[in-house]
Design a protein around this ligand. Structure first.
Ligand SMILES: Nc1ncnc2c1ncn2[C@@H]1O[C@H](COP(=O)(O)OP(=O)(O)OP(=O)(O)O)[C@@H](O)[C@H]1O
Ligand SMILES: [Mg+2]
Length: 439
């Protein structure tokens, strides 16, 4: 697996996902960079300045204590500091700071330690945890430990958090808006895909109109034009077929009449058989062409349809067992589809003695198999039998076979539904016809 396929596995597959990624990744990058710069520069500076303010105040108090060592002066001094500098000093005389001190954790403590070193220059200990919303700074003086309590606010700049919250918040809103807009852009593409898919399955696509961005509209319009062209071609083909078959019927009838007068002469019987043959072919073509037109797909229960088809074949004397599983309702042209199945079953009862029909869902398609125990069709002939009027047994004898349109029509119908018809070996020794229609 190459690196590109590796990356592709983690990239979103849908257009919506991809376009959101295109919008979001520069946004996140921009915010990361700006936040990093902000943290690196601005936040450090602000925190250090705040820490220096506190450290400077403490240094000032210590200096004044040195200058006015009398205890009543000290009391006064501490009161003044509490009142105007919002630091509350207190002296614990004769005590000594414990030796072990934990290293500063976090930016605020680090900066405060740095500022205390610069301004006070005496051993100290910072305690940010024991009192909520306050920081306790102990400084070792010769006469004892000076404990200074100061509000966290004096040391802590909350604007940084506000800034981060704002950027994250606004980008989330932006992402939401982008998702809504992108989804609306993707919708017409999805609709176009569904319409094309339905058309491929021979279903109606009337309620489809081009919408969305210009390019999507163009694609939709092109698709509609293509659909119309294909439909025109199909109807042209069937119209021509019907026309030719129809027109040929009249001269054939005339020939039949004339042959009736020539009965008994040399070769007249063969000619009559040929004419009868041609007539059957024409009828076949006409039936084929007629089946194409007009019928609209509608939700059809294939289990019921198969039951009717097998019942009809059983009345004709076929030995058939039918097995269907699950819900088999799909939009198909019911008459055409029934003809397709009937053609397969008719073949099986004509060329074999036991027939088994099975139907069920396989993934996103319905699969119908018709198995028989007859002679089967050799693999190299399995494409040819789909050609019109092709029979394995080449005599045109109606006893040993039909006119050779059954499989042609069957495959045509299945393909018109977006499916396919394949021939193979049946486990019971004969031919297996496998038919798949997409759901
Ligand atoms: N189940 C089968 N077992 C063996 N051979 C078959 C089977 N089905 C079809 N064939 C062969 O394929 C040929 C073509 O079949 P197709 O159904 O197209 O025509 P047909 O059955 O001869 O005529 P019809 O138009 O009346 O169906 C048949 O003539 C036959 O030789
Ligand atoms: Mg047949």
């Amino acid at each position: 697996m190459g690196p590109s396929t590796f990356i592709k596995r983690f990239l979103p597959k849908s257009l919506l996902g991809r376009s959101l990624l295109i919008i979001v990744s520069p946004l996140v990058l921009l915010q990361l960079v700006s936040a990093l710069i902000f943290y690196e520069g601005h936040w450090d500076t602000v925190t250090l300045r705040l820490a220096r303010g506190v450290a400077g105040d403490i240094a000032y108090v210590i200096n004044l204590m040195r200058q006015y060592p009398a205890p009543e002066d000290r009391e006064h001094l501490f009161d003044l500091a509490a009142g105007s500098m919002s630091i509350i000093p207190g002296l614990k005389e004769g005590t000594v700071l414990p030796n072990e001190g934990s290293p500063p954790s976090g930016l605020t403590e680090e900066m405060l330690a740095r500022a205390l070193k610069e301004h006070v220059g005496l051993p100290f200990r910072i305690d940010t945890d024991s009192v909520e919303r306050y920081v306790i700074i102990d400084v070792q003086l010769p006469e004892g430990v000076l404990e200074v309590i100061t509000p966290r606010k004096r040391l802590f700049s909350s604007t940084s958090y506000v800034f981060v919250m704002w950027t994250v918040g606004t980008s989330l809103i932006l992402l939401g808006v982008a998702t809504i807009f992108m989804r609306n852009q993707v919708k017409p593409i999805r609709r176009l895909a569904t319409a094309a898919d339905n058309f491929g399955k021979g279903r109606e696509v009337t309620a489809f109109k081009p919408e969305g961005a210009v390019e999507v509209r163009q694609a939709a319009t092109a698709f509609m034009a293509m659909r119309d062209r294909i439909q025109r071609q199909i109807s042209q083909r069937t119209d021509m077929l019907t026309g030719v078959s129809h027109d040929l019927r009249t001269p054939l009838t005339r020939m039949k009449l004339q042959l009736a007068f020539m009965r008994g002469t040399d070769g007249a019987a063969e000619l009559e058989a040929d004419v009868a043959d041609m007539e059957r072919m024409l009828e076949g073509y006409l039936a084929f062409a007629r089946g194409e037109g007009g019928e609209q797909p509608q939700p059809t229960n294939l289990a019921e349809l198969l039951e009717e088809a097998t019942a009809q074949a059983q009345r004709k004397g076929g030995v058939i067992d039918l097995h269907t599983e699950g819900e088999l309702t799909v939009p198909v042209r019911p008459n055409a589809f029934k003809r397709c199945v009937t053609n397969l079953i008719d073949n099986a009862i004509r060329y074999a003695s036991h027939v088994s029909v099975r139907a069920g869902r396989r993934g996103d398609a319905i699969e119908i198999t018709v198995d028989d125990d007859g002679p089967g069709i050799p693999p190299e002939k399995r494409e040819e039998v789909f050609k019109p009027f092709f029979r394995l047994e080449e005599s045109r004898n109606p006893v040993t076979g039909g006119i050779g349109l059954g499989l042609t029509i069957a495959r045509d119908i299945v393909r018109g539904h977006g499916g396919d018809l394949l021939l193979g070996d049946s486990p019971s020794g004969g031919l297996r016809a496998k038919l798949r229609v997409p759901i």
